[in-house]
Structures are given as C-alpha cells and as structure tokens.
Design a binder for this molecule. Structure first.
Ligand SMILES: Cc1ncc(COP(=O)(O)O)c(C=O)c1O
Length: 384
C-alpha cells in the first residue's frame, strides 16, 4: 500500500470552469454553442498562409524572450496609430502566450502576499485565482446594471494602503459594455498620488460599437504611467486557439513583468509571431472588426426582439446579456443548463463571474458566430 499524498489545495474552491462545463453539455446535447467566447468561422487565409510561410522560412526555434523584434515594432506602430501612444518596442512591449498568461504574469510580478487587488464584478474568471495564488486578497466591487458603471464611492472606500492593483477590463466580458472616457479619467484622478498600479485587460479593444471609441489606458498618460495594458491577437484575428497576445507598459513596470515572463513561458511560438508581424501594424486588419461584430450584434438583437427575453444594452465585445426572468424563475446556472438541454442553445450564467455568485437572472450569449448559427439560435430562443 502506498501512502496517499495529501494535497492542501492552493485553490480549493476551483473546479472545472463553467465554460468547459457548458461547452461539453452543448456537445452532448447537440445544442448550438453560444456559451464560450470563440468564433465558429475561419481567420483570414492570408494569416494562416503567413504562419505556414514562417515555418518554411525557418521561424522554428526560440525567438527572443520579449518577442520577435519585428512583431514588437509592429505592435508599437499599432499603439501609435490606434491610440497616439509611444511605446518603445525594445523596453515597453512584450509578446505573450495570449492574454491569460499576460494577466497571470502581470499579477505575479506586481502583487505580494497581503496586498489587495480591486476587481470589478462581474469579472472574467482568470483574475481571482491569479491574485489568490500570490497570497493577496480580492476587493470585488459590483458594476451597476444595466450600463455597468462603477460605484465611485465604493471604489474610493476600497482604495487604501494595501491596494496594489486595480484590474480594469474594458471593453467588458461578460456585460458587453465599455468604460466611457469620463470614467477612465475619473479613475485616473482617483489614483493620483497613490502607489496603485492598473492592469488593463483590453482584449476586445477593436469591438466597440455605434461609433464610440475604445478608451485604452494608452490614450490616458496619467493612467498609462501606472498601467500594464493587455491585448490578444486571438480575439482580433479570430484565432483564439493560437494563444498569442501582448502587453505594453512603461519601462520600469515592463522590466518587472519580464522578470516573471522569462521563467513563466520564456517566449511564445515563433511562426505565429512572424505572421502577426506582417499584420499588427496594418489598420485595415483591425479597423473593420467593430463593424463586423456590430452587424452580428444587430442581427441577434433584431432576431430576439420578438422573444420573451429582455436584452440588456450591448455597446462592445461579442457578448449579449439576456434577462430571462419573464420565462423562468430558476437560478441562472440551472436556467443555462435547462436552456442547453431543452431549447438546444448553450449560454453562460452571469453569476459565475462574481465571488458571491450574484444572480440577477442573466445569461451571456456569444455572437462571434456565423449568421446561420445565430439565425438557428434565434429561432430556438424565440420559441420559448
Ligand atoms: C476579458 C478577457 N480577458 C482575457 C481573455 C483571454 O484571452 P486569451 O485567449 O488571449 O488568453 C479573455 C478570453 O475570453 C477575456 O474574455
């Protein structure tokens, strides 16, 4: 008999994520999967060809730790073109294995045991575990429906001597909202004179609708000076499985980020980096993304107008929230499962994005799908 090894879990409350659970259930039930946030269509064939070409051309060994110089230069050009911001590719930009690794590495680099990290809820599920693994604690603050603006008094009260980091996610998953300029400027004023850093998760930066602009921290010098900004090529170029993203930050912050990055992944797959180097600086490869997803949003909303769901505002990202309380009084997790099994459409319950499982009778649909997929889901949802 072997003595069993007892593991005192560092994340005892973490199980399989709801995204995996719902995607599995969708598959088992043959449901249309609008749960997980990924496109069901292909990337630009020229991008796929560029990866194949890069392999042929010999981009197959370790690239430099911070990323291929050509890609970092392209990212710097993009940040200048899109936001008028100057980041030095040598010292202020690093290529990462998607945004998830960037977020984890940034938190590991900045946060120590006993620190507090402010997150706005509902919140993307990667932040909390990364904070807790550093021995720090979360200060979750609820965003206020239906426009998901921050409660400024609560934020003011939350920021104290132990606050190390504020995690900002705009455009926002799961609510499909984006912070307006006045909110970003107010946050910048509130942090003035503090030692608080900002982790700005901007993976949906090119999906802001109705002519509004994305308020990147890169546009706001007072915030940029204390911020690590994160983006994801997976989201922008419809290749979530390639897991390539990047961070931008002032040199001192980036130096700390790289100290962790070099032992966390060291570097990121070279053919994809070489391919993105030919795309990232060209505005035509991201400029039309907002229009592309806005048309899908409009299609979904118009289709669901006749349903019994109440649609919350959707001004950004590829997520639409639905209030189902006219249909059912089930808790949202049970409703999402019922919807998958009985209606054949998989969605994500919004309570999973809050530490206290705050249930407001909402589910999230992802509309990064072909029109035919959306139309089939609309038909099923309108039948309820
Ligand atoms: C808000 C947010 N941040 C980060 C990520 C992860 O991005 P990546 O696939 O590049 O790791 C996602 C993916 O769903 C997201 O929604």
């Amino acid at each position: 008999m072997h003595t069993p090894v007892l593991i005192d879990s560092r994340l005892p409350e973490v199980g399989t994520t709801i995204f995996t659970v719902m995607s599995r259930l969708a598959q088992a039930c043959g449901a249309i999967n609008l749960s997980q946030g990924f496109p069901d269509f292909s990337p630009d064939p020229a991008l796929a060809a560029a990866v194949a070409g890069a392999i042929e051309a010999g981009f197959n060994q370790y690239p430099p730790m911070a990323g291929l110089p050509a890609l970092r230069t392209a990212i710097a050009t993009k940040l200048q073109t899109a936001y008028g911001a100057a980041y030095d590719p040598e010292t202020e930009i690093t290529v990462t294995a998607g945004a998830t690794q960037a977020i984890f590495t940034a938190i590991a680099a900045l946060v120590r045991p006993g620190d507090e990290v402010v997150v706005f809820e509902p919140a993307y599920d990667a932040y909390g575990p990364a904070v807790r693994l550093q021995g720090a604690s979360l200060r979750p603050l609820a965003l206020l429906a239906p426009h998901w603006r921050p409660d400024w008094a609560a934020l003011e009260a939350a920021i104290g001597p132990r606050t190390r980091l504020v995690i900002l996610n705009t455009p926002h998953n799961p609510t499909g909202s984006a912070w307006p300029r006045e909110d970003i400027e107010r946050l910048a004023r509130m942090l003035e004179g503090t030692q608080v850093c900002v982790l700005a998760d901007e993976v949906y930066e090119h999906m802001v609708f109705d002519g509004a602009r994305h308020e990147s921290v890169a546009r706001h010098p007072a915030l940029a000076a204390r911020a690590i900004g994160v983006s994801s090529f997976g989201k922008t170029y419809h290749v979530t499985g390639w897991k390539v993203g990047y961070v931008f930050a002032p040199e001192a912050l980036m130096a700390e980020f790289r100290k962790v990055h070099q032992f966390n992944v060291f570097t990121v797959n070279s053919p994809a980096q070489a391919a993105f180097a030919g795309f990232a600086a060209r505005p035509e490869t991201w400029r039309d993304l907002a229009g592309f997803y806005q048309a899908k949003r409009d299609r979904l909303r118009a289709g669901l107008a006749a349903s019994r769901f109440r649609l919350l505002p959707c001004t950004a990202t590829y997520f639409q929230l639905l209030d189902y309380r006219a249909i059912s009084d089930m808790p949202d997790v049970a409703f999402a499962e019922w919807l998958t099994r009985e209606a054949g459409v998989a969605a994500i319950p919004v309570s999973v994005f809050s530490h206290d499982r705050r249930d407001e009778g909402l589910v999230r649909l992802c509309f990064a799908k072909q029109d035919a997929t959306l139309d089939a889901a609309i038909e099923r949802l309108c039948a309820l």
